[in-house]
Design a protein around this ligand. Structure first.
Ligand code: SF4
Ligand code: SF4
Length: 171
């Protein structure tokens, strides 16, 4: 795994500013056009993305986004802290209006160690965190709405979209 340059997050933010419209347009077109072989292209590109990405040099997802906590996540994590699910929920979470999803009140996440960018509950972290940024879903085009959101925060998703643009071409 390669180390990212220390200042890569500011660089990513500048790149995102430049390419936001282009990348979002490409993703929107993928939803409609659904190019042949897109799932295979995504899987191969994803492998390469992780050879070039060091999440411990980033942690932007844990710093700026919130995972969705399922009931099982809340039960597992609260038990780890000898709390009831209700105590845990009251301390750390809120229910999002509309979706009813349970989200973190705080950003950065209370479980992120800001000194080393490590998750302090890594082994029992929410399922949503374990799957983030959800690149390897079976049907890539059904998850485009998620990538459109994540590309704003996640340099790995940015790289994935960049590689896919090169490989898929104009859509
Ligand atoms: S998943 Fe994306 S946003 Fe999160 S640490 Fe890795 S590269 Fe950064
Ligand atoms: S629980 Fe861990 S992996 Fe999930 S957002 Fe918090 S610090 Fe990041």
């Amino acid at each position: 795994m390669q180390m990212e340059k220390p200042r890569f997050l500011p660089l990513y933010k500048r790149l995102m500013k430049t390419y936001r419209r282009k990348y979002r347009y490409f993703l929107t077109r993928l939803e409609t056009v659904k190019p042949k072989g897109i799932d295979k292209i995504a899987l191969e590109a994803d492998k390469e993305v992780w050879q070039e990405t060091d999440c411990l040099a980033c942690a932007n997802c844990c710093k700026t986004m919130t995972p969705t906590f399922t009931k099982k996540d809340i039960q597992r994590i609260s038990a780890h802290f000898n709390q009831t699910p209700e105590e845990f929920t009251k301390k750390w979470l809120y229910k999002e209006r509309g979706s009813g999803d349970m989200m973190n009140k705080k950003q950065p996440c209370q479980f992120l160690n800001l000194n080393d960018n490590k998750c302090s509950i890594y082994e029992i972290r929410p399922e949503d965190c374990a799957g983030f940024p959800h690149h390897t879903k079976k049907h890539f085009t059904e998850w485009v709405h998620v990538y459109k959101q994540n590309v704003e925060y996640c340099p790995a998703t940015f790289k994935l979209v960049e590689m896919m643009m090169e490989r898929v071409g104009k859509v």
